[in-house]
Write a protein that binds this ligand. Structure first.
Ligand code: IVH
Length: 666
């Protein structure tokens, strides 16, 4: 057999074993045998780049090449379902269906309502072509590379008989077990915990690194088939067919006819769903016949032929013993309720967040109160009420602290904000450590040789008090007793390498309040170097599209603080990038000089940010809203109707993506 044939054979066999393991749950070979074949295929593919295939099983391991997700339009919009919470509502829906069908008989397909994030998968000739998130229902993010790492989603269908082209929708989930393990790891690393498996799955799927997605072991259940040439008129029958093509479909689907059968299904799964490996929050009821679905049609937001029944969040009652206070990296103080341990939705609960002072007041919370705790899809429980009848006579109301529990400074509350803050940002330990952790984080300076524990060590040893101190540490200081030579070298090299991190990320890394990753970029590109940014006036800051008053003021405050200025000067002296690179500032042309350009719609060739940059590099200015001064609108697909109207009224030219690219390339 030649190498080409061997590659094809290995791909086929690996797809097949993957299906048996992840969809059917019936592996035929050991993990080692699987890995062995995978390695052989990887080696062969590396030797034959001409035989590359985007749907090869090797693509499941992902890569960490970051990519901004392209926005794409859904072929069929992704609607949501109307929610119901009791049997009465279900009965009303059932009657409305009966009326809508003029009394015709109908069947209802009952299925689980998965609590993850919805995904739309497109297959052409049995190959996965695209995976798109729900987005706003009309456009979503193209996350194909990340979706490919989810093992139960077939890249090439193992079965036969599927239509030439179809779409299948379902839910991507992080199984409970994986979620718990992930949060345990994050707790150890002192990283913020995910509130629930849905947030964890969503954060994972939108990650820029498909290798990270691959490592998180997401799962998927598919529950809706769409296309021009579907096998049957029944929703249930179509999904059964899809299961034969190789998909993992919604579990426990059942076709019923009467209301009583629907109630029975709901009651059965209320208890039984706790044994499922993934989170569910209700039941979905769908009229089974597609013909009848068409008769019933849609309201503006959701189909009339389907409805969701949501289970009540679980609730428990327990005693509040104490309220403690935590200080975060921004200095915000969060009150935490400490309670007698109580069993709730499968876990023991003894702590709950109390959000802020107003929340405590609204509950009129007293120490010793019996409180109701709920865990709706959230893993962090909430206190939702107090049983006043059980309040001890001498109970004292919960009082918010007046001074920081970490450094003793008097707390302040800024106008319009719910939180109390410790204003001692330069001297309060969790704030100092938090700022350093932010500075070294992946999206900032990316010094991944240092973790939160190391930051803590360095701080306690007195090696670092602020981010500039990182650059003065030497190997001997870390390597104290001489046993940590290797890791010390790694840390120093990581710190050294960060000196090459581009200016726009340095701006983000400084940790100026409210300045996120994207605004950091906008600010850096606008001012081009730290000196211009340092001296910026409020007016100049507000000129930037996307920077509001709160952020602008916070930037001013940061650069009016002597300590911050000293840190910035020190960072500059250590060699950090304090200006855009020549490449970034180089003016490509002045073809757009003096032009004010509005960007609108969804684009095929480049992201919005890229277009913004192009406009600047050709001497133009990107502005947010259309006015008489707008020179033209760079319009992608689906430009908003109100913008279109305004442009027409003011007689402003609309330039397509291709024309724009020609315009600057000529
Ligand atoms: S069908 C037009 N089936 O619930 C109806 N959706 O509120 C298309 N969901 O965005 C959806 N389990 O993310 C359907 N078995 C199920 C579902 C389900 C969960 C989610 C889905 C959708 C949301 C609707």
């Amino acid at each position: 057999m030649d190498e080409r044939q061997r590659i094809l054979q290995l791909r086929k066999e690996l797809h097949d074993h993957n299906y048996k393991y992840y969809v059917l749950n019936q592996p035929e070979i050991t993990d080692q045998q699987f890995d062995f074949m995978m390695h052989e295929l990887q080696d062969l593919e590396a030797r034959h780049p001409e035989l590359a295939d985007p749907n090869s099983p090797t693509q499941r391991v992902g890569s960490d090449l970051g990519h901004d997700f392209q926005q794409v339009a859904h072929k069929y919009p992704m609607l949501s379902l109307a929610n119901t919470y009791n049997e009465q509502d279900v009965a009303e829906w059932y009657d409305s269906v009966k009326r809508g069908l003029g009394g015709e008989d109908f069947e209802v397909c009952c299925e689980m309502k998965y609590d993850g994030l919805s995904i739309s998968l497109t297959y052409v000739d049995g190959k996965l072509m695209r995976g798109v998130t729900r987005g706003d229902g009309v456009h979503g993010d193209d996350v194909t590379d990340n979706v490919k790492t989810i093992r139960c989603i077939p890249l090439v269908l193992p079965g036969t008989g599927y239509p030439h082209e179809f779409e299948i929708r379902g839910e991507i989930l992080m199984p409970w077990k994986v979620f718990e393990r992930l949060n345990e790891e994050r707790e150890k690393a002192e990283e913020p915990l995910f509130a629930n498996p849905r947030n964890a799955a969503s954060g994972t799927l939108k990650s820029q690194s498909s290798a990270l997605v691959a490592s998180r072991q997401l799962d998927a259940y598919l529950y809706y088939l769409l296309g021009e040439e579907l096998p049957a008129d029944g929703h249930y029958e179509n999904l059964m067919e899809a299961s034969r093509w190789g998909f993992k479909i919604s579990q426990g689907m059942k076709k019923v006819k009467t209301l009583e059968e629907i109630y029975e299904y709901i009651r059965y799964w209320d208890a039984e769903r706790k044994n499922l490996p993934v989170a569910t929050d209700g039941i979905v009821l769908k009229v089974n016949s597609l013909r009848q679905q068409r008769i019933l049609g849609y309201t503006a937001k959701s189909p009339r032929w389907a409805i969701a029944y949501k289970y009540k969040a679980e609730r428990a009652c327990t005693k509040l013993n104490e309220v403690t206070f935590q200080v975060g990296r921004t200095g915000a103080v969060t009150p935490v309720a400490n309670m007698d341990p109580v069993q709730l939705a499968g876990t023991t609960v003894k702590r709950a967040t109390l959000n802020n002072e107003d929340f405590i007041r609204s509950l009129d919370l007293h120490i010793g109160d019996y409180v109701y705790v709920e865990k709706g899809g959230e893993i962090i429980p909430k206190i939702v009420g107090v049983d006043i009848d059980q309040r001890p006579i001498i109970a004292q109301p919960v009082r918010f602290i007046t001074h920081c529990p970490e450094c003793g400074t008097r707390l302040v509350r800024y106008e319009g904000e719910a939180a109390w803050y410790c204003p001692n940002d330069a001297g309060c330990p969790p704030q100092i450590k938090g700022r350093i952790e932010h500075f070294i984080s992946r999206k900032a300076m990316n010094i991944d040789s240092i973790g939160p524990e190391t930051v803590d060590d360095f701080y306690r040893q007195g090696l670092v008090h602020n981010v500039a101190d990182l650059y003065t540490i030497n190997v001997q200081q870390i390597n104290g007793d001489g046993s940590r030579q290797k890791s010390a070298m790694k840390i120093i090299n990581g710190i050294e390498a960060s000196k090459q991190v581009p200016f726009e990320r340095v701006v983000f890394a400084l940790g100026i309040r409210f300045v996120g990753e994207t605004s950091g970029k906008l600010i850096a590109r606008h001012f081009k170097n730290i000196d211009a940014l340092k001296d910026a006036t409020l007016e100049q800051l507000l000129e930037i599209d996307g920077i509001g008053e709160v952020m602008a003021k916070s930037i001013m405050t940061y650069f009016h603080n002597e300590q911050n200025l000293e840190i910035v000067e020190r960072l500059r002296s250590y060699g950090l990038q304090m200006a855009l690179s020549e490449e970034q500032t180089a003016q490509a042309s002045d073809r757009l000089k003096g032009k004010s350009i509005v960007i609108s719609g969804v684009f095929q060739h480049h992201s919005r940010d890229e277009y913004k940059l192009m406009i600047e590099q050709h001497g133009g200015k990107n502005v947010g809203s259309i006015s008489g001064k707008t020179s033209f609108i760079l319009a992608g697909d689906n430009m908003g109707p109100s913008k279109l109207q305004k442009a027409e009224k003011l007689g402003i030219q609309i330039v397509s993506e291709d024309d724009f690219l020609n315009m600057i390339e000529e």
